[in-house]
Design a protein around this ligand. Structure first.
Ligand SMILES: Nc1nc2c(ncn2[C@@H]2O[C@H](COP(=O)(O)OP(=O)(O)OP(=O)(O)O)[C@@H](O)[C@H]2O)c(=O)[nH]1
Ligand SMILES: [Mg+2]
Length: 471
């Protein structure tokens, strides 16, 4: 269990000037309530070990009831766990993490038992007999950690990404975000704005005194610099979002070009139906690859052609749609196909890789117009293709050092913040300080929405819905 060392983040600096302290806490504590939640936190068995986790005020009562004992906090204790009638369910480790220094900020109890289905089922049934206990909703443990000030929203999202990470690069980025890489940046920006705002408000409190021009000019200079930093932070070509989702590589070409065969070979499994009948693939098929630690999604599509068949036409429409949204388009021109298939024009920023497929059918002296020669039959060109894709993945997803926004909502918040900052500096130091102060307040609020410091009640259901149960 990740122990997040920070506590008490709920007291928000913005409250000094914006009056948000208290509101956030009041608005959100109802979600935590007095319920104690429990869930199987490990994957469903059978498995070597299963972990059942509880959070809430009933943890100690449950521990006494099941283990007939209350072991020392943070120390694994081997105990026999018993049902209400005293019959043993299993022997396992009991671990207590008293709040507030726990993952959720509440009392937490973990039961590590043998990962057999009947054990888990009987243990959960026994838990159902305790007063005030209920099964957890998806993401509810992490949600409580957020509500209790143990982590901010971007860190909670990092936890979700960490669990979803399929490749090393995704894991690293998620670990950074869960560890506060984004919150550190955004909190730093907010604190900077807060200082300026406090400065302005101090003058506003004494309307008889003129605000010296150089004070205002100094504030506006830094606000303009901050707007520039946000612009640079946003100009990352959506690397963070791409890394979460995986590099989208659409394989396109005329019917029978060997698209599905290529997909199967690269996936090393029989994912797609292959046949010599043109128009075999109609739906869009996806496989997830790990290329050197980078997540790559290969997309097989219907062969592009004019057709009377309504189902195939829908397949062609979907192919065009995926091609338009792809990061990389791999266009196959079959060596044995009708000459002159040309890629339909499409408006995307995607990188285009043109290849001759079925290169084993090329006449020995035939040229390939500089296209990559691929053959699923002989394996020709496949290492080069994988190398190209790995290189592109690194190029399009590696962060230039700093943390990158990973969600559309981060981008929206940053864009709002940037607009408010630009408004603040536009009129120059002569503009009424009240208006400038209001713009700074709006900019801070936009950042606060990203980290969850303000106005997030409506966001929480959406964010935590995507978590798994038990986290
Ligand atoms: N000689 C040779 N034949 C191939 C190669 N790749 C695929 N084929 C054959 O070409 C035919 C069509 O292959 P598919 O992979 O189904 O082609 P597709 O592009 O997915 O076709 P649609 O789904 O109809 O658009 C099959 O009979 C394959 O065995 C190759 O590299 N060399
Ligand atoms: Mg196919």
């Amino acid at each position: 269990m990740a122990a997040h060392g920070r506590a008490g983040r709920g007291a928000d600096a913005e409250g000094d000037v914006g009056g948000h302290v208290g509101r956030r806490q009041e608005g959100l504590t109802g979600l935590s309530g007095a319920d104690t939640i429990c869930a199987l936190s490990s994957a469903p068995g059978p498995a070597g070990v299963a972990v059942i986790r509880l959070s809430g005020p009933a943890c100690d009562a449950v521990c006494r009831g099941l283990a007939r004992d209350l072991p020392e906090p943070r120390r694994a204790a081997l105990r026999t766990l018993r049902d209400r009638d005293g019959a043993a369910i299993d022997r396992g480790l009991v671990l207590r993490f008293p709040g507030p220094g726990s993952f959720t900020g509440e009392d937490v109890l973990e039961l590590h038992v043998h990962g057999g289905r009947a054990i888990v089922e009987d243990l959960l049934a026994a838990l159902g007999g305790f007063e005030g206990l209920r099964m957890a909703e998806p993401g509810e443990f992490t949600r409580r950690a957020f509500v209790n000030g143990r982590m901010d929203l971007t860190e909670a999202e990092g936890v979700a990404d960490l669990i979803a990470a399929e490749t090393t690069a995704q894991r690293r980025a998620a670990l950074d975000q869960a560890g506060g890489a984004l919150s550190g940046l955004y909190d730093g920006w907010r604190t900077r704005l807060l200082r300026h705002l406090a400065h302005l408000e101090a003058w506003l409190d004494f309307p008889d005194e003129e605000l010296p021009d150089d004070v205002m000019a100094g504030v506006l200079e830094d606000v303009a610099a901050l707007a520039g930093e946000i612009v640079a932070h946003l100009a990352d070509a959506r690397r963070g979002e791409r890394l979460r989702r995986g590099l989208q590589v659409a394989i396109v070409g005329p019917p029978n070009a060997g698209k599905s065969t290529l997909l199967n070979i690269l996936a090393e499994r029989d994912v797609a139906i292959v046949s010599e009948t043109p128009g075999t693939t109609r739906d869009v098929l996806e496989v997830h690859l790990d290329l050197g630690g980078w997540p790559v999604t290969l997309i097989d599509t219907a062969g592009l052609r004019e057709t009377e068949d309504a189902v195939e036409r829908e397949g062609v429409r979907r192919a065009a749609e995926r091609m338009a949204a792809a990061d990389v388009v791999l266009a196959l021109h079959p060596a044995d196909g009708a000459a002159g298939f040309s890629m339909p024009s499409h408006e995307t920023a995607a990188v285009l890789i043109e290849a001759v497929s079925k290169a084993d059918r090329l006449a020995p002296d035939a040229g390939a117009d500089g296209r990559l020669r691929l053959s699923a039959a002989t394996g020709q060109g496949l290492p080069e293709l994988l190398e190209r894709l790995t290189g592109l993945a690194a190029e399009l997803m590696a962060s230039g050092g700093g943390a990158a926004p990973t969600r559309a909502r981060h981008r929206a918040g940053l864009a709002d913040c940037r607009s408010a900052l630009e408004r603040a500096v536009e009129g120059g130091p002569g503009r009424p300080p009240e208006l400038i102060a209001e713009d700074l307040r709006l900019a801070m609020r936009a950042l606060g929405r990203i980290t969850g410091a303000v106005d997030v009640e409506d966001l929480l259901d959406v964010i935590f819905r995507d978590f798994c149960i038990g986290k």
